[in-house]
Design a protein around this ligand. Structure first.
Ligand code: COI
Length: 356
């Protein structure tokens, strides 16, 4: 494996002192990991270097055609001060699946993981101390050819940046309201819905803006063909507890294969809860709510963790879930997942990579 170079920063930034005011993705640390791709050398020159703005030609391909992919994962501080990552190898594996879909050359996942670990070691003092806060990690690849022809770039930049962050939603663990979108769609069969790529998020902005104007935190997307079946919430996968059973849309190619989604399904199973991954129509959820069988609803995601849904707005109808409070199972799953992530509970699933 190629040696990772280190370039020392001349000045270090002031670290935030009040962790309750971090917000999400607003502050960045002193260093970043980078590597470059060209056809002659493949992925090369892995480096930890001072965090800096990127200088780009205005014709750089990523700016025009969105050939870019990213990931989100976190580093947590245990009570004993040590640090740990949660399933980071799964993020790099998913990033390579996104790369394949976006015609971006695959990278060495082990090298990326080593780069991340060395970056965290350098930046260890930036990892927050309070429960609920963590160091958010954003690996990204962008197309860097300065060309306007529509074809895959021949050169790329891979970088990892770090951001000490608090809760993704301003509500924290308080239930959020979700607007079920019936006009716009996020992804279609055969499209790029499963890939973590900029375009999916760009496609979601208009609907999110409208939902926010109506007082909802996020949009719940329905499928792009029939607009009947539940897909995901843009920054989260969706789960429902119906009649004691945990149900979630199956991975159909147009939703993201969430690592938190997978972790929650495995934790629920280990608790003896019946789980189903299948097609779920929004009508089924409405019917369950009317029959008093919609016990709980929540979203899952790296940034959002486990986020209770207190209200769904479907076609003008407001469906209140769990009396607008956090459900019992939602709370238990949140406590178990974050317990493992912060090292308060044993890592029985082999998900944790300690960095100390
Ligand atoms: C994450 O959960 O890490 C995400 O990438 C979702 C969002 C912040 C874009």
């Amino acid at each position: 494996m190629e040696q990772i170079r280190f370039i020392q920063a001349e000045h270090l930034k002031q670290k935030p002192t009040d962790e309750s005011k971090l917000g999400f993705g607003q502050i960045f640390t002193d260093y970043m990991f980078t590597m470059r791709y060209d056809e002659e050398h493949g992925w090369h020159n892995p480096t930890i270097e001072p965090y800096h703005p990127l200088s780009m030609d205005p014709s750089t391909m990523v700016l025009h055609y969105g050939q870019s992919i990213f990931e989100g994962t976190k580093c947590y501080r245990r009570k004993d001060g040590g640090l740990q990552l949660f399933r980071p190898w799964d993020n790099f594996a998913r990033m390579n699946r996104s790369a394949e879909r976006l015609s971006i050359p695959k990278f060495d996942e082990e090298l990326a993981l080593q780069g991340l670990i060395q970056l965290i070691e350098v930046e260890r003092d930036w990892v927050p101390h309070s429960h609920g806060a963590s160091l958010y990690i954003r690996p990204t690849i962008i197309a860097t050819d300065p060309r306007l022809g529509v074809h895959p770039s021949h050169t790329y930049l891979f970088f990892i940046i770090l951001s000490p962050s608090g809760a993704y939603y301003k509500e924290g663990l308080a239930p959020v309201g979700i607007y079920v979108e019936d006009k716009y769609v996020r992804a279609v069969r055969g499209g790029i819905g499963f890939a973590k790529t900029a375009g999916n998020y760009a496609a979601s902005l208009k609907a999110s803006e409208i939902a926010e104007e109506k007082g909802y935190a996020q949009v719940l997307w329905l499928d792009g063909v029939d607009q009947k079946y539940v897909e995901e919430v843009g920054s989260m996968n969706m789960m429902f507890v119906v009649d004691g059973k945990l149900i979630t849309p199956m991975l159909n190619g147009s939703i993201l294969a969430g690592i938190t989604r997978d972790s929650i399904l495995k934790l629920a199973k280990s608790m003896g809860i019946e789980t189903e991954e299948r097609r779920i129509s929004i009508q089924e959820i409405i019917n369950a709510a009317h029959a008093g069988k919609l016990d709980e609803a929540f979203g899952t995601g790296t940034a959002a963790v486990v986020s209770p849904v207190g209200e769904l707005c479907v076609d003008g109808e407001k469906i209140v879930v769990s009396n607008g409070k956090i459900g019992k199972l939602t709370q238990k799953l949140y406590d178990t997942l974050t317990g493992i992530q912060y090292g308060d509970l044993p890592d029985t699933m082999g998900w944790v990579r300690k960095v100390d």
